[in-house]
Design a binder for this molecule. Structure first.
Ligand SMILES: Cc1cc2nc3c(=O)[nH]c(=O)nc-3n(C[C@H](O)[C@H](O)[C@H](O)COP(=O)(O)O)c2cc1C
Length: 219
């Protein structure tokens, strides 16, 4: 039976204990293109939710792939892949690429997605996705069910329509998708931007701790 929240979640509330499981939410859901690097080999697409940024300098990300996936062998052999960040318009094909194998289907031709030219790596980008992140594997870390590929970001392509002045990328207009506990969501309203909590020098109030403003955006 579905429990209703007895209290608004802005207040301290009762908890239940759950077994440990990979529930960090939301996470990105991405279309990873790989393969097509050896004679006669077709490029493939795999849907990945276990992906994340892991380093700023050098720019790095990781994806975790089960060794039994067709894509695992392709990435392992070439040491290269592209993380294509889908928009809501690619939600259906993103799900589909996560339930069929490249051993059985040519996912590019079946989905109608366009393989585009990568700048540095050999697997193609997905031309329809707003953001394409080209990666070279630097470390392969067996973890258990999944093997984590830790990779350096060697090139990035973004849809021209998202480029504002100078280097500002209007990702809020890209219709990005989040994934939480088996469900896909489009992103909602923007709350504010990095550092907004310290933007204005608030008047000191008795009993309130003043947090000093931070400079720059360094994670
Ligand atoms: C939303 C979603 C997220 C997924 N995330 C992962 C993941 O992080 N790692 C993984 O190995 N498989 C993941 N999968 C499963 C693979 O995408 C799926 O097994 C796919 O068919 C493998 O394709 P391949 O055999 O062509 O490589 C996910 C599937 C879906 C639908």
């Amino acid at each position: 039976m579905k429990q209703q929240n007895p209290k608004p979640l802005t207040e301290p509330h009762a908890k239940v204990s759950l077994k440990p499981f990979p529930i960090l939410s939301p996470v990105p859901v991405v279309l990873v293109s790989c393969g097509g690097t050896r004679p006669g080999e077709k490029a493939n697409l795999i849907t990945i939710a276990w992906a994340g940024t892991v380093c700023s300098e050098p720019p790095m990300l990781s994806i975790s792939v089960r060794p039994e996936r067709h894509s695992y062998e392709l990435i392992h052999a070439s040491g290269e892949f592209v993380v294509n960040v889908p928009s809501v318009h690619q939600a259906r094909v993103t799900d589909w690429c996560g339930v069929v194998s490249g051993r059985d289907e040519d996912k590019f031709s079946k989905t109608g997605l366009t393989p585009g030219k990568s700048l540095v790596v050999r697997p193609p980008i997905v031309q329809e996705c707003p953001l394409n992140i080209e990666c070279k594997v630097r470390k392969t870390v067996p973890l258990g069910s999944h093997v984590m590929f830790v990779a350096e970001i060697v090139a990035v392509q973004a849809s021209k329509g998202l480029m504002m002045h100078s280097s500002r990328l209007a990702l809020e207009q890209a219709g990005l998708i989040a994934y939480a506990h088996g469900h896909y969501y489009s992103l909602g309203h923007q709350i504010d931007h990095f550092g907004f909590s310290v933007r204005k020098a608030a008047k000191p109030r008795p009993g309130r701790v003043q947090i000093p403003p931070r400079k720059g955006r360094r994670y």
